[in-house]
Design a protein around this ligand. Structure first.
Ligand code: HEC
Ligand code: HEC
Length: 191
């Protein structure tokens, strides 16, 4: 039953990705680079954040970045710092800044604890269908490779408690234990 629901969600998601791509506007990467100076203080230069409090944006998928900025703006995803930032961005600013970060080449990240990471590697097969075989991301499904392990962990905990709302992740995380979350996060950070 759960698998059937998941399959339906994947089909829906692929359909909406197709529709999205039909209407994609030409974004202005140069304007996006200028706008990104407002983000540097937290997310680092070129989105290469040096602190796990702030997610890396370098090489993240454009559609994912756009979707999240719109969620922060509307309040569908709550974070006081990002609410303030996103409220001041127009739709065009959002598209430009998303296109800028998406145009950058990501770097290999730093894994968490190596014993945990090794165990995590054995638990991520169910995530690859959406996040990509190398966790490079696809459309609205974020790149996870190289993200700060502590940030990934925080998001998985938040999806599980529904402090962060978003399907299919609220359902996906319901069956993950704290141990699974620690191990998976440690592994993904090193990709
Ligand atoms: C004052 C610090 C601050 C500034 C400035 C800031 N951010 Fe953020 N941003 C955060 C924090 C903190 C989070 C993590 C929120 C959470 O834990 O859910 C975040 C999360 C995000 C996310 C979600 C990423 C993901 O992987 O889910 C995006 C996208 C984002 N920021 C884009 C931007 C952009 C674009 C700018 C500049 C226009 C910007 N931010 C400026 C603090 C900041
Ligand atoms: C059916 C597709 C699907 C599967 C399977 C899936 N995800 Fe996701 N994941 C998503 C989508 C879509 C989002 C964006 C959710 C939102 O914010 O609306 C997401 C978001 C995330 C985020 C937030 C990243 C960030 O930058 O904030 C993490 C972490 C994550 N997924 C980890 C996982 C892990 C670990 C697994 C396997 C246990 C997994 N996902 C399985 C579709 C999926």
């Amino acid at each position: 039953m759960k698998l059937i629901q998941l399959n339906k969600q994947i089909t829906l998601m692929l359909t909406s990705l197709f529709i999205f791509s039909q209407y994609a506007n030409a974004a202005d990467i140069k304007a996006g680079k200028e706008a990104s100076t407002q983000c540097e203080g937290c997310h680092g230069i070129n989105g290469d954040s040096q602190s796990s409090l702030f997610p890396k944006l370098v090489g993240q998928k454009g559609l994912y970045l756009e979707a999240q900025l719109k969620k922060f703006k509307s309040g569908a995803r709550s974070n006081s710092m990002m609410k303030g930032v996103a409220s001041n961005l127009t739709k065009q600013n959002i598209e430009n800044v998303a296109a800028f970060y998406a145009s950058l080449t990501s770097k290999k990240g730093v894994a968490g604890d190596s014993t945990l990471a090794k165990k995590g590697e054995a638990k991520v097969a169910m995530c690859q269908g959406c996040h990509g075989s190398s966790f490079e991301g696809r459309g609205v499904m974020p790149k996870l490779a190289g993200q700060h392990p502590d940030y990934i962990k925080k998001q998985l905990v938040n999806f599980k408690s529904k402090a962060r709302k978003g399907e299919p992740m609220n359902s996906m995380t319901s069956s993950l234990s704290e141990e699974d979350i620690n191990e998976i996060s440690a592994y993904l950070g090193g990709l």
